[in-house]
Design a protein around this ligand. Structure first.
Ligand SMILES: [Zn+2]
Length: 174
């Protein structure tokens, strides 16, 4: 079964060829043209080889950048959460907004729920491992929830900043 109709596929082909389509669209188009001969012909006919290489390079570059940013994102969150107990906990007023911005670049709109979800997982893990190590003052639900909310709010600031920048940047180019 084809995920998209021929019409949608043909709308998406120029975007895919220009390397500006989202990952989902690229996958949908490639899935479609694997099964649809007419669209496949259209896809190859309208794609000079050089452009295809360029589009591929752009897509690859985007994938590469996203992977690097995702790794950075996790490092920042783990690092930030690990500061919870120490003197440097205030650094999270910078670290968490940065993670929000990174998350927004990598995940787009879904950063709104993905970022708090990742923060929640690592905060719970942090408390759980501290508890296992027999350190005192951990595992208190109220404490955990407070940090999750606090970190998520800071991350949200970063997301808002990223969204505003994105909006301003787009407006300039219209
Ligand atoms: Zn088709």
């Amino acid at each position: 079964m084809n995920r998209i109709t021929c019409e949608i596929c043909r709308d998406l082909i120029p975007l895919v060829q220009d390397g500006v389509a989202t990952k989902d669209s690229v996958e949908a188009v490639h899935e479609h043209i694997e099964q649809c001969h007419e669209c496949a012909e259209l896809f190859h006919k309208h794609l000079p080889n050089k452009d295809m290489d360029d589009a591929k390079i752009i897509v690859r570059f985007k994938h590469y950048t996203n992977s690097v940013l995702t790794v950075l994102l996790f490092i920042f969150i783990v690092f930030g959460v690990s500061l919870t107990d120490g003197m440097n906990v205030m650094m999270n007023t910078v670290i968490m907004p940065v993670t929000g911005t990174l998350s927004c670049i990598v995940f787009g709109r879904s950063a709104l729920w993905r970022t708090p979800a990742v923060i929640t997982v690592f905060t719970v893990l942090y408390h759980f491992t501290s508890l296992l190590q027999g350190r005192e003052g951990y595992g208190d639900i109220g404490n955990i929830v407070m940090f999750i909310i606090l970190y998520s709010l800071f991350a949200l600031c970063g997301i808002v900043i990223a969204a505003l920048l994105h909006y301003a940047f787009r407006k300039e180019h219209l």
